[in-house]
Design a binder for this molecule. Structure first.
Ligand code: UDP
Length: 239
């Protein structure tokens, strides 16, 4: 059973369990998708039923950061740990490389996915990158067809939230891939264009603050964080 945080159901798994579940999905018939919501996305889901359906319709819903883990604990239904999407992706690629599985990278500005592909191929010998496409396209059809033709087992869909979640819910099956993962700005990090917060900051639950200092224009989006906490407190009182 999933753990409900303001209407979004999270899978209560450790990182190891999440990766194991990802590998099982990747080896099962049909198409599956993984989402990694943070408090901002939970707030978006409260306002956008299509986003909420896409997120809750995923085969694996992982808490991207400490905010969700804190929220779940405040509601009296703790989650085992945070399972950031980018770390989940790194572990998955390690396993995929060992099994010769192929990966398609979709998203980010033109040129970024190719750059990420080069870095990832070096970092994970054995990982086959089946193709790349930037995230600024007008029609889904040709992109879906390109992924299908590539024969990729896994697709990293990095279009930002909630666009990527809706895209996977709508187009996932038609790509023919076994597993799609919505991973926000991860391609920018894999390409080396954006740095992740150093371990100290993420260990102390302050990755969001680090990002805010680096990219002050995120302030509008980050105002959803205090709103999330207010809503969690209201929900707790109701319980
Ligand atoms: N993006 C995209 N297509 C769009 C809008 C955004 O490919 O139409 C990309 C954008 O270039 C960036 C990523 O989606 O690489 C979103 O990054 P952000 O840092 O906002 O995501 P987060 O990790 O915070 O969810």
């Amino acid at each position: 059973m999933r753990i409900d945080v303001l209407g979004v159901g999270f899978d209560n798994v450790t990182m190891d369990e999440a990766v194991e579940r990802g590998m099982v999905l990747l080896q099962s018939q049909g198409t599956h998708y993984v989402v990694t919501p943070n408090p901002e996305i939970v707030e978006v889901c409260r306002e956008d039923p299509e986003a909420k359906a896409a997120v809750n319709g995923a085969d694996l819903v992982l808490p991207d950061g400490i905010g969700i883990v804190k929220g779940a604990a405040m509601l009296g239904t703790p989650l085992k740990e945070k399972t950031p999407g980018i770390e989940f992706a790194a572990h998955l690629m390690e396993k995929m490389a060992g099994e010769g599985k192929s990966l398609y990278l979709l998203g980010a500005k033109p040129g970024i996915a190719e750059q990420a592909a080069k870095h990832l191929a070096d970092q994970y010998p054995g990982l086959a990158v089946a193709g790349t496409h930037d995230g600024y396209f007008k029609e889904d059809g040709p992109v879906v067809e390109a992924i299908r033709r590539s024969g990729a087992d896994v697709v990293f869909v990095c279009l930002g939230a909630p666009k990527q979640e809706k895209w996977m819910a709508k187009n996932g099956a038609a790509t023919g891939a076994r597993l799609l993962c919505g991973l926000g700005g991860s391609l920018d990090v894999f390409a080396g264009v954006v740095e992740r917060a150093p371990k100290f900051w993420s260990d102390h639950g302050l990755e969001w603050f680090y990002r805010l200092c680096r990219e002050p224009k995120r302030i509008g989006r980050m105002m959803k964080l205090p709103l999330f906490l207010v809503h969690v407190k209201q929900e707790k009182r109701k319980k």
